[in-house]
Design a protein around this ligand. Sequence first.
Ligand code: NAD
Length: 509
Amino acid sequence: MSERFDLTIIGAGPGGYEAAFEAARLGFRTALVEKDTLGGTCLNRGCIPTKTLIHTAELYEEIKNAARFGIHAEPPVLDWNAVRQHKTDTIAALQKGIATRLKAAKVAVYQGSGSVVPGFFTAGKGQPMGTNPVSGEAVHRVLITAADGSVTTLETERVLLATGSVPAVPPIPGHDLPGVMTSDDLLAYDGEPLESLLIIGGGVIGVEFAGIWQSFGTKITILEALPSLIANLDRELSQSLKLSLKKKGADIHTGANVHFLSPAEGGICCTYLEKEQEQTCTAQAVLIATGRRPFTEGLFPDATETAPARETPPPMRSAAERDSDAEIASRFRVAMERGRILMDDDYETSIPGIYAIGDVIGTLPLAHAATAQGKKAVRHMAGKDAGNSCELVPSCIYTSPEIASVGLTLEQAKSRGIAARSHKILSSANGKSVLTMQERGFIKVVYEEQSHVLLGAHMLCARATDMISEFALAIQRGLTMEEMAEVVRPHPSFSEMITDAVTSVPMLV
Ligand code: NAD
């Protein structure tokens, strides 16, 4: 007799486990299935280990440069084993916290690889539903295959797919050479700090890893195919980021088309085309950071193989009703497009009762977006007001200085036909920035010309990733620059830059 749940979630990353807490809070009998360790990419191979290393790198830089604050210290020595141990301990502490919270919320956690046998199918949204012709029942099943090969079957009213993503490696010849790594491999790297690292891809992962390794003394080269780093950012942010990385010694080539990688003395040689000229560069290791792809492997096994045994044969169906095996099999899979699962505004897929959120839907691959989407999907399942919390999602890049962005850039506002203006202030007049000797930074706000309603904020400065939430709240609530200026912010603080940014335009009367 298989256990029955109101909701079974596959994938225990920040999308899946936060959705489990929300489901438990709303009274759902909830199961959470995870093939690896709790926490998903974010905790095990993404945000948390990266930010742990970034914290170490920043501290290392600060100690090296402490003399400017009047502290003369011995040059700091990097104990690489201790650095790695701190990363491991941080992950373990947070995993323990998630496990404790899941236990308290009475979420049943299953260890193993989950796959879904939909209980009913539909040819598409609005099309008539049919009962699964193999299982004969309108209830979904989740099959969990444990490491020892044993299979547990759960019956479930609803399924939430939150299986995340994996690094996407383009078919560059030589991508499988020893020393060519993805971000997963580089985070697990247990050798001595690298002398040189070539990063293919100047997106978020590329620039964050560049910052970390640069601080540890590694010579960094970045090859980016597009004309700028992090192409979807406000242009001034990506230009300032490029300048900052270059100032610290990085060699950055944008508009670079990678041809192939080949073994070379002391590392790997990369041949690439830049401004129609063939160029080469050699590094001890290569990081491929060219994006991630949704992870759906094994999620929808072949229906005929996985259907549970029936005591009575399925009812006979007329020839007109009968589908071909291929058609039936295709209806057991949710609709997908280029590897990502398609869903509607409530995160429900083409199969009723099966929802998908996070990186596997490929719309906004950020941990906090997955969490917001998971909560919204669960509230929709429970018939509650789901809110609109997923429409405005801040983007943060943990470089030094930090970058954070929310809402529209000026170009985006104008392309939507909004009469908008932008205003920029520099961090050089901010007391806290000056006394802590921060690098040059700025905040740029975008606002509607007539009403002064805030539309976007884009910042490169210390604590940008914390301060961006104040702008997110203001944009979500439709506040004007004047309303934001009414808030009394502490002095001295980095947040005084927010007051500066929203007050130094002519006030509306
Ligand atoms: P990305 O999409 O941000 O950047 C990949 C970059 O690689 C792009 O600029 C692309 O033009 C470039 N590229 C692709 N193929 C190339 C080639 N053959 N040669 C040279 N350049 C090439 O992807 P990412 O940096 O790998 O990050 C993956 C995902 O993880 C992103 O969606 C990101 O949002 C997320 N992430 C977020 C954070 C954060 O929020 N701080 C941190 C890390 C990762």
